[in-house]
Unconditional design. Structure first.
Lengths: 323, 249
């Protein structure tokens, strides 16, 4: 029987949420093509959450354990996946910092092409056909992967993991010998509480309209009120040094697909719109009623952000405290 | 210090995308093409490292049509010593591009091979790391900080919720992210000098590739455009709509 290899991700011995997305996407496809799903867990010891992968549709949970797999090990991970890939129709990873580094390594080892950041996948006449945003989301490209086994990475936040229980039989796999050319020494400044804009369900982004870097605290407060929000930024304020590049949303930054995107004091340059137009719901707060951001916003408030945002923060706080 | 930089010619990021008649590519008429913005960080890093080393050479490589010569000249105007165009018709997929680059770079004796972390047209994040894999070289991707000491690379890359610190030995392949440096603009003197710098054109034969583009389309228009109200007074209505209509909070 055909099988799909779904590569999960762990940090500090705990499975990351994107793992459920990748297993769930693989399950949906496997059902359509009559295949099974093998979820692969790479770590240096037991990985918390891996026992639950069966619930999201893994027929088997393959565990590859190696003393050097505490942190990401590019060469060891790639060798393990490439070794397993041959017995699978295709390999699906997450388009995270790790997955974007890892997927092309695996593809190059296998001598096949790789589709990065896919948002839809279908199986057509024995081949994987995917849709992926290009030009930072200004266009959608439909691509057929001719090589076998194909390699693709799924953009985080594009599918909602759903429970479709399978047996999730635990299988131990051997890590092949590999040449460890790159060593990840440490993860610096880990901020477990801070959500990344690519993964957060709610993103609140600020632009020039905030007038000065210190005023981003208004957005931090709103994010804190929501409890599950990340703070993003326009290119203009990143280039001005107000915020880190990691927070930039747009064509030379990140492309995000949260459930709710709130653009505050952002006019909506074409590069910015490209990076956030796949958000499910967009809210714009801007004092210029003619700002292009209002053309893509589901809901807009024309007004002074310094008056609007604190009121919004209070209301969200109230809502959250009422449960 | 001998450093290679791999460069791609891409549409300027302000381009409004129009789909071409074939339904698979963009209409290039009136489009301004520029060096890929992330490749500019690679170019700047190469120049800085070469300047710090005092000796060595910087070489820029590009896979593409003749039009990429102009892009290579921009890199030469920034200060890169010479350029090589691996001339190929059309736009090969990432693996084919990596194969062409790996074959060319293999005999070059480079200490470092630098790429941008991704090209802002196809968004694949893959040619650099594939090239490294094909050459059997270490590769650290999306770096925003770099230290070189005694033949060892230490680099930092942004990951979700932290910074990953990775090391490897030279020779190595690195792909560059925003934050690594501030790319210089070509000076007038540089632009004049670039005209006389060597630019070698080598025809390459590429395979068919394993990614077939079936179609390219514009994303669905967002209906959008609904203003809830003006000022702070509109907030309760916004919150109500987000709860009861959009159901996102």
């Amino acid at each position: 029987m055909t099988a799909i290899l779904a590569v999960t991700e762990q940090r500090e011995g705990s499975l990351r949420k994107v793992s459920l997305e990748v297993v769930s996407a693989a399950r949906t496809l496997a059902d359509a093509m009559g295949a099974t799903v093998d979820a692969l867990v790479l770590g240096h010891g037991p990985v918390g959450g891996s026992e639950g992968l069966g619930r999201y549709g893994a027929d088997q949970v393959l565990t590859a354990t190696h003393p050097q797999f505490r942190l990401y090990n590019p060469d060891g991970y790639a060798a393990t996946i490439a070794g397993l890939a041959g017995s699978h129709a295709f390999v699906l990873l997450s388009a995270t910092a790790t997955g974007r580094d890892l997927a092309p390594r695996v593809a190059a080892k296998l001598g096949v092409g790789c589709a990065t950041d896919v948002t839809t996948l279908v199986w057509e006449s024995g081949k994987l056909v995917v849709t992926r945003p290009v030009y930072a989301g200004k266009a959608l490209q439909k691509v057929r992967l001719e090589g076998a086994p194909a390699v693709a990475s799924l953009r985080p936040n594009t599918i909602q993991p759903t429970e479709k229980p399978r047996s999730g039989t635990a299988v131990t796999v051997t890590v092949p010998s590999f040449e460890g050319r790159v060593t990840v020494k440490a993860i610096k400044a880990p901020d477990q509480a801070a959500l990344d804009v690519t993964e957060a369900p709610i993103v609140i982004s600020g632009g020039r309209g905030l007038k000065e870097p210190g005023n981003f605290q208004l957005l931090e407060a709103l994010a804190a009120a929501f409890g599950n929000a990340a703070v993003g930024a326009s290119r203009a304020v990143v280039d001005a040094g107000w915020r880190d590049h990691g927070a930039q949303v747009g064509q030379t930054g990140k492309t995000v697909s949260p459930g709710l995107y709130i653009a505050v004091g952002i006019s909506g340059a074409i590069q910015h719109l490209a990076g956030m137009r796949t958000a499910k719901v967009i809210v714009a707060i801007n004092k210029d009623k003619d700002a292009p951001i209002f053309k893509v916003a589901d809901y807009g408030i024309v007004g002074d952000l310094f008056e609007v945002v604190p009121v919004l923060t209070e209301q969200i706080k109230k809502l959250r405290s009422e449960g | 210090m001998k450093i290679a930089v791999c460069l791609k010619r891409v549409p300027d990021t302000t381009t409004k995308i129009v789909i071409a008649a074939d339904g698979k590519s963009i209409d290039e008429s009136g489009v301004k093409f520029v060096p890929n913005p992330y490749d500019e960080y690679a170019l700047e890093e190469a120049l800085k490292l070469r300047e710090a080393a005092g000796v060595g050479e910087t070489v820029v490589f590009s896979v593409g049509t003749d039009a990429s010569q102009e892009t290579i000249r921009t890199a030469l105007a920034m200060g890169i010593d010479r350029g090589v165009l691996l001339q190929s018709p059309g736009s090969p997929d990432g693996l084919e591009t990596a194969r062409a680059l790996a074959a060319e770079l293999k005999a070059g004796g480079f200490d470092l091979i630098l790429f941008g972390k991704l090209a802002v047209d196809d968004y694949h994040h893959q040619v650099g790391v594939m090239t490294a894999e094909l050459m059997g070289l270490p590769c650290i991707t999306s770096i925003a900080h770099l230290t070189l000491a005694g033949g060892t690379v230490e680099a930092e890359r942004e990951i979700e919720g932290g910074i990953e610190v990775a090391t490897c030995a030279l020779p190595a392949v690195l792909t560059c992210d925003k934050g690594l440096n501030t790319p210089r603009l070509p000076s007038l003197k540089g632009i004049m000098a670039a005209k006389k710098k060597p630019l070698e054109v080598k025809a390459v034969t590429l395979g068919a590739g394993t990614l077939t583009t079936l179609s390219l389309a514009l994303p669905p228009e967002r209906p959008g455009g609904r203003v809830v109200g003006e000022g702070a007074d509109a907030v309760p209505e916004l919150v109500r709509l987000l709860r009861t209509e959009a159901k996102v909070i």
